[in-house]
Design a protein around this ligand. Structure first.
Ligand code: V1P
Ligand code: CA
Ligand code: ZN
Length: 393
């Protein structure tokens, strides 16, 4: 591989914990922690670790998790045992405590360890940003945006993003949170609903009746009372099936550009859920690796301390492609790397499912019919622009 060198003038840190990847949600569950192993293999095969500070993150402590989560919930999470016989997927137990143990948030071996490791990596990333030892901190094992203070939701048990942003807020006056997972970032939005120090922006597929979690309408923008400082500080970009790179790029650049201008954040937290890619098992969009990565590039150009979190992503070889490409953008070596996947990458057979000579950027997946009319996108931009008139830095 071409020699990948450390970027000049800034530092990228990479935070992971290999023990996290060993956990299993169950055979038929779409969330596969080994997608992190696949992503890392590809990142290392390209030689990118030589251009970053690499940290094996520790697990977050109970006290660190309790910065956001209720102790009732954490105590229960720490003691529940996996079910001896997996529950029938259709048969939801009516007396679930804290929404734990259903088909979305199953109880599995080592659940508490898995959660505290995900949060540990994300929190380490935030700490490196706060101490200015890192300018772009990467935590692909984080990004679990649905978890609530006292409730698991949508494959998420501990909200590592909220815990990391709380850490950033100890040093930074204003944090911009951006979420490009195909699902609404409801847990993060809710956690910072009543503060003007965090602006949350989520781009997502929106269908209140047929798409999880059903929240995140265009006019859900924070508390309705003008006396609440969080008013207008939640931005939602509800989209339909099949959105393309060009459309997404236009929305992202226009909306995020105006927000940065008006809100003047001192740090950015970007959730890079890869289920917004074409061909995702749960997603509905038509984004390519380039279009997804363009969001990371745009944020990097803002020249602010940046954390990159993982998130959803249910076609593991595409998740690995996107997060590898985005790691290369962080380092600034995206134009130097060979688009043909390294011969010696472990798991190469995973990528051969697509073609004999798999590339980094080419993902497979039949394009979906685009249900986003240009007029609707213009209306979204206009709504957000009007909303921002109420926002003061
Ligand atoms: O749709 C639902 C709930 C379950 N029904 C009662 C409604 N759940 C979704 C959850 C998606 C979570 C996405 C997480 C993330 O944003 C962040 C990591 O990406 C769901 C779906 C679906 N197609 O939306 N659960 C499952 N599929 C599922 C399928 C098989 C086994 C277990 C869960
Ligand atoms: Ca989102
Ligand atoms: Zn998702």
């Amino acid at each position: 591989e071409a020699n990948i060198t450390r970027p000049k003038g800034y530092t990228v840190s990479f935070h992971c914990n290999p023990d996290m990847e060993k956990h299993h949600f169950g055979m038929t569950h779409p969330m596969k922690p080994w997608r992190l192993t696949l992503s890392k293999s590809l990142i290392y095969s390209y030689g990118m670790s030589f251009a970053m500070d690499n940290y094996i993150s520790r697990a977050a402590t109970y006290e660190e998790l309790a910065d956001f989560h209720s102790t009732d919930y954490l105590d229960f999470l720490g003691t529940v045992l996996p079910e001896p016989v997996p529950r029938d997927l259709e048969n939801q137990n009516p007396d679930l405590k804290f929404n734990l143990g259903g088909s979305d948030c199953p109880l599995f071996e080592g659940l508490y360890d898995y959660c505290s490791m995900s949060a540990g990596g994300a929190l380490d990333a935030a700490r490196k940003i706060c101490s200015e030892q890192s300018d772009i901190a990467i935590a692909w094992g984080g990004g679990l945006h649905h978890a609530k203070k006292a409730e698991a939701s949508g494959f998420c048990y501990i909200n590592d993003i909220v815990i990391s942003i709380l850490q950033l807020l100890r040093f930074h006056p204003r944090v911009l949170y951006i979420d490009i997972d195909v699902h609404h970032g409801d847990g993060v939005e809710e956690a910072f609903f009543s503060t003007d120090r965090v602006m949350t922006v989520s781009f997502h597929k929106y269908d209140p009746n047929n798409f999880f979690p059903g929240t995140g309408a265009l006019d859900d923008n924070g508390p309705k009372s003008e006396h609440n400082s969080g008013a207008h500080h939640a931005v939602n970009v509800p989209l339909q099936d099949g959105i393309t790179d060009e459309q997404y790029d236009m929305l992202f650049n226009t909306i995020i550009g105006r927000i940065v201008e008006k809100f003047r954040p001192s740090a950015i937290a970007l959730q890079c859920g890869a289920d917004s890619l074409a061909g995702d098992r749960l997603g509905r969009f038509n984004l390519q690796v380039q279009g997804h990565g363009a969001c990371v590039e745009f944020c990097k150009r803002m020249n602010l301390p940046l954390i990159l979190f993982g998130g959803g992503g249910y076609t593991p070889r595409n998740v690995a492609r996107a997060w590898t490409y985005e790691t290369s953008i962080a380092i600034g070596c995206q134009d130097k790397i060979n688009p043909i996947l390294p011969q010696h990458t472990p798991w190469r057979d995973q990528f051969r499912q697509d073609t004999l000579f798999p590339t980094l950027e080419q993902i497979l997946g039949e394009p979906r019919l685009n249900k986003n009319p240009p007029k609707r996108l213009q209306d979204i931009v206009q709504h957000v622009t009007e909303q921002l008139r109420f926002v003061q830095a």
